[in-house]
Structures are given as C-alpha cells and as structure tokens.
Ligand binder design. Sequence first.
Ligand code: SAM
Length: 287
Amino acid sequence: MESAAGELFLIATPIGNLADITLRALETLRRVDLVAAEDTRTARKLFNHYQITARLISLHDNSSAKRLDDLLDKLKSGAQIGVISEAGTPGISDPGYRLIQMAAAAEIRITPLPGACAAISALCASALPLDSFYFAGFLPNRPGPRQRRLEELKEITATLIFYESPRRLNATLEALEEILGDRPACIARELSKVYEEFLRRPLSQLRLLGAEREWRGEITLLVAGCDRESLARDPQARAAAENQIRTLLADPDFSKNHSNRDLVDLLQAEFPFLKRRRIYDLVLETQ
Ligand code: SAM
C-alpha cells in the first residue's frame, strides 16, 4: 500500500491484558506495510492472538543508524510503518524516540494511536492529585546520579510517577523517603493483570511493607508532589534553603550585575516556600 506520502503510526499495545488494544490499533496493524517492534517475539504473540500477519522488523535502543536510515528511506518513499514497543505506548521509557525525531525532521506524518500506558493507568487510580503530574520514568541505577535526580525532583509540586523494577523497589522507597520526606504514595502493581494491586500508603509504610514481602511483577510507583506549605513549616528545610542561599550569594558570579531586588526575585523563584522578607534579609546580611 505504498503511496506518495509515507506515514509513521505510533501504536499503543496492551500492558498485560491482551484485550486492552483499540479497534483502530488492530485495523492499522493489519494494513501497514511494516511494523517496527521492540521485541519481535512479544509482537508475534500479540499478532497470533489477533491474526495479524504484518511484516515485522526489530527496532530497539541499540538499533543501528542504518536500521533507522532504512526505515526513514521507506517512509520517504511512501511506506506506512507502525511502531510498537514491548508493551504500552511506544517511546514512553521505550524505544521509538530516535525514529520519531528523524521522521518529524523529514516532515513525515506521525500519527499516534492512543491506548495503554502504565503511568496513566496507575495515576488515575492512585488517589493522588491528578491535576498535574510529572513522569520521571526509571531512576538512574548508580547511587550518585540517583540521589542527584531525587534532589532535582524534591520541590516539584506535581504528583511524581516512576517506573521501577521489583528488585530495586525497596531501595527506591528508602531513598525517596530519605530525600523527599514521608509523603503519600501508591504502588500500582501488575496493572490490568490477574494480580493487579494498588497499595495507597505513605512512603514509610510502603517501606515497612517491603521488609515483610517480596515484590513481584511490574511496578509503577507514584509519590505525592512537594507540599510547599509543609516545607515552609519545616525548620530543617528552611535552614537548608537558607544555607544554599548563603552559598549562592557568596559566589561573585551569581551576585554580580544584579540589583538586590533582582537577587531577591531570582532566589524567591528558586525557593518559593521561603518568605520574601527573609530572603531580602539574607541578601543584606551577605553584603
Ligand atoms: N511503554 C510502556 C508504557 O507505556 O507504560 C512502559 C515501558 S517500561 C520499559 C516498563 C515499565 O513500565 C515496567 O518496568 C513498569 O515499571 C511499568 N509497567 C509496565 N507494565 C506495567 C503493569 N502492567 N503494571 C505496572 N507497571 C507496569
């Protein structure tokens, strides 16, 4: 079915329950010229279940530049190509991004087919605030980068969403409690599968639970965002912020070319839970 204009379809597939696939996804998988799949064996199982006979090719994070160039050439010459990941929405903590970027740069039409995504299913049943959320994906494995990443996330007020492996979950719960404080949280396990489970408790209780039971299956972890008012009430958090401000003000590169008012504005944006008057006093104190 090659035509003048090729098209790239980003097709969401089930994250557990095979019935979680849309009619449009099935219809598209049946009609495209080629499906680029993260794992051709998983794709084959899905295809067998739904009697799909599409041609499959593998596309993963280690795919060669040549594989990507070939796919782009096909799109440019009019091919309709579907992208699927092992589960859920392609590109979400899964391969697909490089091809999406290349197709966009070549002005190829990109059509997302909405469907399952563990982060969104977990979020909407977590009972944590839904009005704004921050998808943090997998945390870095190494302790240093992991701690730095958590420090970056500490003041985000949106609900935080992480993907996590059962093996690392206990260590992650501990690190989260230590760096973010004891916040409301939720473990969403085995979504859409037989043993689906939601554990909605503060991080400290989830950590204690982890000492008693062995985590299994696929896990999405959600943590309430930073509550600025409670930070403002926390003397330790205030003292830590004030120390950071003193260090910043002592750096001539930070202070130079700024009026006191500019400095206060900059610092207030960085530390919104501190009172403006207090920041102003700190600025005067360091002059
Ligand atoms: N692209 C997928 C999506 O749209 O959700 C995510 C792929 S990522 C490589 C896999 C991670 O997603 C798992 O390690 C787990 O953290 C989360 N996940 C996937 N399926 C899940 C499920 N059924 N229940 C809970 N979490 C799941």
